[in-house]
Design a protein around this ligand. Structure first.
Ligand code: GLT
Ligand code: MN
Ligand code: MN
Length: 392
């Protein structure tokens, strides 16, 4: 067994909708047949995944009878037990059905908003039955093309009302779930409300039960907005709000590609894994590592499992490289060069009169500071050499 083969301890998860993606796109039909959810569970377990996540409709087709639902859920639970798989996260499909064409929680028609809450309550019941402790909200249709249809502040308030209500529902039922809000700037809508993780973090601070709400950032979504994914994730971690994460690959300036993790922008992926694993010294992320991606349209079923194994292997390879990079004596030396143990304590923990006095008294050679080279060219080259496998 290779050290990069995934095991349950790695906490890797996939959505039913990810490996189950049949490869349709806006210009072409599906290229792969549908796989039954219990079969997906079995195959993911064989690949070394820890768990599987789902939307309500991924498992129970929209409009199924109560008896049919119960039979499907029972069979799924049997597959989970047989293969030792977990369902750490569940979510609601509030974007596929035509009823959501004007949004779900933000739609102008209150009947649509009421249906969105009904559907989410039912989907939360399902998630709870399967043991999910994280509940994701991706508002894919919560946006506009015809911006004149509502005051954007109204959309914001409706979103807040919906999440406040559902927090209450979750608490009332003792489900013990945490909510993770997922941002995206556009697609399928021209503009989606709350477009980045940073927007979500502020939105959360206005909620009634903000302690139970965090974020689910996705690589592709922040890269589409031209942002540094690692910086967004770092902000969420610093706020104690990284409750879940959607890993994949994306080229800037494209549609939402949801590519195999690490298949694009290996430097960005490296810096992300370094952050999540805390190899530089910070607190690591300990939640599930979810791949929200799918195989190329060129693939048959074998290609899908190759894709799944690739996501997990690349994560582990990058983890190994991040550990080697942060243990590299030359890297450590460059990072240590600018430390100053007498000045640093003056700059943290807020104001005091004593600190102000000490700061005023410091004799700083600004010209020397301005002249000094910081050796970041060397640092970055070391990173590249670690990544390209000629060092460490
Ligand atoms: C959909 C979307 C993803 C979300 C999923 C959860 S569904 O595939 O593109 O980014 O995370 O609703
Ligand atoms: Mn996602
Ligand atoms: Mn995506």
């Amino acid at each position: 067994m290779s050290p990069f083969d995934p095991t349950r301890e790695d906490r890797f998860t996939f959505g039913l909708w990810t490996v189950g993606n049949p490869g349709a796109d806006p210009f072409g039909a599906r290229v792969r047949p549908t796989m039954p959810p219990p079969y997906i569970v079995q195959k993911l377990a064989e690949c070394g995944a820890y768990g599987v996540n789902l939307h309500d409709d991924d498992l129970v087709p929209f409009g199924a009878s109560a008896a049919e639902r119960d039979r499907i859920v029972r069979e799924f639970q049997r597959a989970l037990a047989d293969h030792g798989m977990q369902v750490p996260m569940a979510t609601t499909n509030l974007f596929s059905h035509p009823v959501f064409k004007d949004g779900a929680f933000t739609a102008n028609d209150p009947k649509v908003r009421a249906f969105a809450l009904q559907k989410t309550m039912r989907a939360m019941d399902l998630g709870a039955e399967l043991g999910a402790k994280i509940y994701v909200f991706w508002g894919g249709r919560e946006g506009v093309e015809a911006d004149a249809c509502r005051d954007p502040r109204t959309a914001w308030q409706r979103m807040r009302d919906a999440i406040d209500f559902l927090c209450g529902y979750c608490r009332d039922n003792g489900y013990g779930m945490k909510f993770a809000l997922e941002a995206k700037p556009n697609e399928p809508r021209g503009d989606i409300y709350l477009p980045t993780t940073g927007h979500m973090l502020h939105f959360i601070s206005t909620l009634q039960h903000q302690e139970m709400v965090g974020v689910n950032p996705e690589v592709a979504h922040e890269v589409m907005a031209g942002l540094s994914f690692a910086h967004n994730v770092a902000e969420a971690m610093a706020c104690g709000k990284l409750f879940h994460i959607d890993l994949n690959g994306q080229k800037i300036g494209r549609y939402d590609q949801d590519l195999r993790f690490g298949s694009e922008d290996q430097k960005g992926a490296f810096l992300l894994v370094r952050l999540l694993e805390g190899t530089l010294g910070g607190e690591p992320y300990r939640g599930p590592l979810h791949f929200d991606a799918h195989a190329y349209r060129s693939e048959d079923e074998d290609g899908v499992w190759e894709f799944a194994r690739g996501c997990m292997r690349t994560y582990k390879i990058l983890k190994h490289k991040a550990q080697a990079f942060d243990a590299d004596p030359e890297v450590r030396e460059i990072l240590a060069e600018q430390r100053d143990d007498t000045i640093d304590p003056l700059l943290v923990g807020g104001y005091s009169e004593a600190k102000a006095t000490a700061l005023r008294a410091l004799d700083l050679d600004v010209d020397a500071l301005a002249r000094r080279g910081l050796r970041y060219e060397r640092l970055d080259q070391l990173l590249v050499e670690h990544l390209l496998g000629v060092r460490g």
